[in-house]
Structure formats: structure tokens, C-alpha cells
Ligand binder design. Structure first.
Ligand SMILES: Cc1ncc(COP(=O)(O)O)c(C=O)c1O
Length: 435
């Protein structure tokens, strides 16, 4: 059994100085305490107690090239000689905007921000200013950041969430402005008829519909065939904007994100995480006529650190690696991720555990259920979360780091040897679940 004594001691000390001992509440979801890490390299993280973790959390997604990727670090190190933040334009920023408008199908123009949360906030403001309407539609189980208008019905308890046909908008944190809920409409995902009915009732008020094109945060679930296209058609018919939150799927499901993979062209989309290989960067991408209102109507978007030198340098280097050899990195990730998904499913059968492996090779989830594959949040919430958490803990004891709900992020550093080591550890972890 690994020891976490030093992490426990540091956590006790941290709570004396750092509110809650962490810098993001998401980090509470770690056992036995939020762990302290000394360093990361490739697919591995090294904690302060000397435990080595093959990391499938990857900073919640950004480290798509693994930890400390040499080419990205070199580009960032070189950029330091030029300065860090100008709060003004520079050529690396322009070069990155050129690359992104070339790679992202829906990106006629982009605007940089620093975190996904604020980029979503910018997208909402643009959508409201462009349409002159107030309401945003979001879906249960989809996470778009922690602001008052997004941290709604992300993981609602089914007691509070109301009927599936007409979900109640559930605020997920104390302290949220109650008025924020007035302009957000919540629906169950993957149900086109529900979107159609909502537009029939509120069409003239809806500024935009936002979704994760693959619902990753509420269980890794793909859209039903034709669903996203149907939602976008309804948006267009009713004069609302279709907003695709690609904070996780962007540069993970391929160079064009989910929109490239599914053949979509959203009106607005939000990218962050993998785009800069682990450095802080987010952006809104979208239609020229929509994005131009930042200038033509002076729709306010600011941010001191937006376009900072190091994030631009990191993203340029990361994209060069991801684009290299016609996207060979993605082909390798698909191959290794598929090997891992199939291996985990096989191990589940071997250990007679009701494990369902669902998602994409670069991001998938292991559910514990005997039911059919979940299609939306309520079905994913009905899977056995306690078993998923127990599996994550057992994996951690075997040196494999996945998040509490057993979602697995891959990086280009997770090669065949790492996958096979992971499968041996998962074999032992599954055996442990029976004991
Ligand atoms: C889909 C999605 N959107 C938005 C966000 C918010 O991004 P950030 O944590 O950079 O504010 C996240 C974060 O996990 C996310 O997964």
C-alpha cells in the first residue's frame, strides 16, 4: 500500500494558509487527501511521498503531450527572453490565430482568453449582443465553468432535478446570484424533440444553445446520430447561435476538435486545455459576422493575461507537434487508447465486473453498470458511482491515476508500453475490488 504521509502533512499545513488547502474545489476529489506532486514527466507524475503515478487525469485534460514535453518547454523557455506579458499585440499571437483559423472548421475569427470559464462567459455575451436576446440553453451534466450562469445542473441530485421532460435548473453552489437562473434554460441531452419543444415555447428569447459536443463531464457520452446537427438546424431556424464547448474535446478528438470529427461548423465555439499543451490558454472561435461585434459594437471582452507571450509560444509548439506528419500523434493515440479500452473491457469480463468502457480512445470512461450504455446525464448518474470511486482508489494504489468517476484522458506519452503496464495494474486493481 502506498504511503501518503507527506501529502497528508502538507495538506494540513496548506489548510492553514490556503483557503480549503487547494486552488480549485475540483481538487478535493482526491483520496486520502488532495495529493502533492513534486514533478511530472511524460505519462508519469511523482508525488512528494515518492509514489509514481501513470497519469490519466493530465491536469484535467491539457497535458495532451504528457508532462513537461521537451519541445513545448524549449519554445516557452526561448520566449522568456522576449518578455512575459505585454497586454498588447505581438507576432506569436497573430501566428497562433492564423493556425487556429486554419485548423478549426468554425473559426473564421478567434479571440484569446486565459481560462475556459471566462471564454464561455465571453461567448454568452457575444451571443446576447448579437441576437439581442437573453436566454441561454444548457444541458444537464454539461460543465461550462463555475460562473453563476454556467454552474447550473452540472451534477444535480435526481431528487432536485425535476422530471426528465422538464428539468429544473439547479444551482450547484451557495452564493450564486439567484437572478442568474432566470436567463438559463436547462434540458436533458441527446433528445432533439425536447429542444424543438423548447424553441417552440421560448424561441424568440433564446440567444444561444451551448453544449459539450461529447458530454465528457457528465459521463463520457457521444451525441446520438444527427442530434447535434438537428440542434444547430433549430438554432439557425430560430435565430439563436449554436455554441460548442470544445474545452475538452478541442485538440483531443483531433486537430479540428469534435467539430472536425463530426463535420460541424458551430456559430461559436470555445477551446482551452489541450490547445496549449498544458499552459493557460482559452479562446472563442466563431463566425466572422458574429465575432466582429467585439470591434464593430465594442462588445466588451478584456483580460490582462490574454495572449501572453508564453501561452502563445506553448500553443504554437504544441500545435506543431500535433500537426506533424499529418497528425500522426492522433493516430498513435487512437491506437493506444483503443488498446487500453479493449483491454479494460476484457479485464472486466475476466473479473466478472459490470464494467462498461465508453467514449473515444483519447478520452473515455469506465462505468459500472449492467444497464445499456448511458445516453445522457440521468442514465450516467444511475451507474454505480461508488464502485467507480472504489475502482479509482484501487487503481491509485496500483500506481494509476484516474479521476474519481473513472474518466481516462490519454496523452501522446501513453505509448504501448505504458498501456500494457496500466493494464497489468488494472488487473490487480480489479482483483482488489472483490476482496
Ligand atoms: C467542457 C468545459 N468547459 C469549460 C470548462 C472551464 O474551463 P476552465 O477550468 O479553464 O475555466 C471546463 C473545465 O473543465 C470544461 O471541461
Amino acid at each position: 500500500m502506498p504511503s501518503y504521509d507527506r501529502s497528508v502533512a502538507l495538506w494540513e499545513e496548506a489548510k492553514r494558509h490556503l483557503a480549503g488547502g487547494v486552488s480549485s474545489n475540483v481538487r478535493y476529489a482526491s483520496a486520502p487527501v488532495p495529493l502533492f506532486f513534486a514533478r511530472g514527466e511524460g505519462a508519469r507524475l511523482y508525488d512528494v511521498d515518492g509514489n509514481v503515478h501513470i497519469d490519466y487525469i493530465l491536469g484535467n485534460g491539457p497535458a495532451i503531450l504528457g508532462h513537461a514535453p521537451p519541445a513545448v518547454l524549449k519554445a516557452v523557455a526561448e520566449s522568456l527572453a522576449d518578455g512575459q506579458v505585454f497586454a498588447a499585440q505581438h507576432e506569436r499571437e497573430l501566428a497562433l490565430a492564423q493556425a487556429l483559423t486554419r485548423l478549426i472548421p468554425g473559426a473564421e475569427l478567434v479571440r484569446f482568453a486565459t481560462s475556459g470559464t471566462e471564454a464561455v462567459h465571453m461567448a454568452f455575451r457575444i451571443a446576447r449582443a448579437f441576437t439581442g436576446r437573453r436566454k441561454i440553453v444548457k444541458f444537464e451534466g454539461h460543465y461550462h465553468g463555475w460562473t453563476d450562469q454556467t454552474y447550473i445542473s452540472v451534477r444535480p441530485s435526481l431528487n432536485e432535478a425535476g422530471p426528465a421532460s422538464e428539468p429544473v435548473a439547479v444551482p450547484e453552489s451557495p452564493g450564486m446570484a439567484p437572478g442568474a437562473l432566470d436567463d438559463v434554460l436547462v434540458l436533458g441531452w441527446n433528445d432533439l424533440a425536447a429542444v424543438e419543444a423548447l424553441f417552440a415555447r421560448h424561441g424568440g428569447d433564446i440567444a444561444g444553445v451551448i453544449m459539450e459536443p461529447v458530454m465528457v463531464n457528465g459521463g463520457v457520452i457521444a451525441p446520438a446520430a444527427g442530434y447535434i446537427e438537428g440542434v444547430q438546424r433549430l438554432c439557425t431556424a430560430h435565430g439563436a447561435l449554436f455554441i460548442c464547448d470544445e474545452v475538452i474535446t478541442g485538440f483531443r478528438l483531433g486537430l479540428g476538435g469534435a467539430q472536425g470529427r463530426f463535420g460541424l461548423k458551430p456559430d461559436l465555439s470555445i477551446f482551452a486545455k489541450a490547445v496549449a499543451g498544458g499552459f493557460p490558454l482559452a479562446l472563442v472561435a466563431g463566425r466572422r459576422d458574429v465575432m466582429e461585434i467585439l470591434l464593430t459594437r465594442n462588445v466588451m471582452h478584456g483580460g490582462t493575461y490574454n495572449g501572453n507571450v508564453q501561452s502563445m509560444a506553448a500553443a504554437l509548439a504544441a500545435l506543431a507537434l500535433l500537426e506533424h506528419d499529418g497528425g500522426a500523434a492522433y493516430r498513435d493515440m487512437e491506437r493506444c487508447g483503443t488498446r487500453l479500452m479493449q483491454g479494460l473491457a476484457e479485464l472486466g469480463r475476466k473479473h466478472r465486473l459490470p464494467i462498461l468502457v465508453q467514449g473515444f480512445p483519447a478520452i473515455f470512461q469506465t462505468f459500472f453498470t449492467t444497464a445499456a450504455a448511458p445516453r445522457h446525464y440521468r442514465e450516467s448518474a444511475a451507474c454505480d458511482r461508488d464502485m467507480a470511486a472504489a475502482f479509482s482508489r484501487a487503481l491509485q494504489e496500483e500506481g494509476i491515476r484516474v479521476n474519481q468517476r473513472s474518466a481516462w484522458f490519454l496523452s501522446t506519452a501513453h505509448d504501448t508500453a505504458v498501456i500494457d503496464e496500466t493494464l497489468s495494474a488494472a488487473d490487480r486493481a480489479m482483483a482488489r475490488l472483490h476482496s
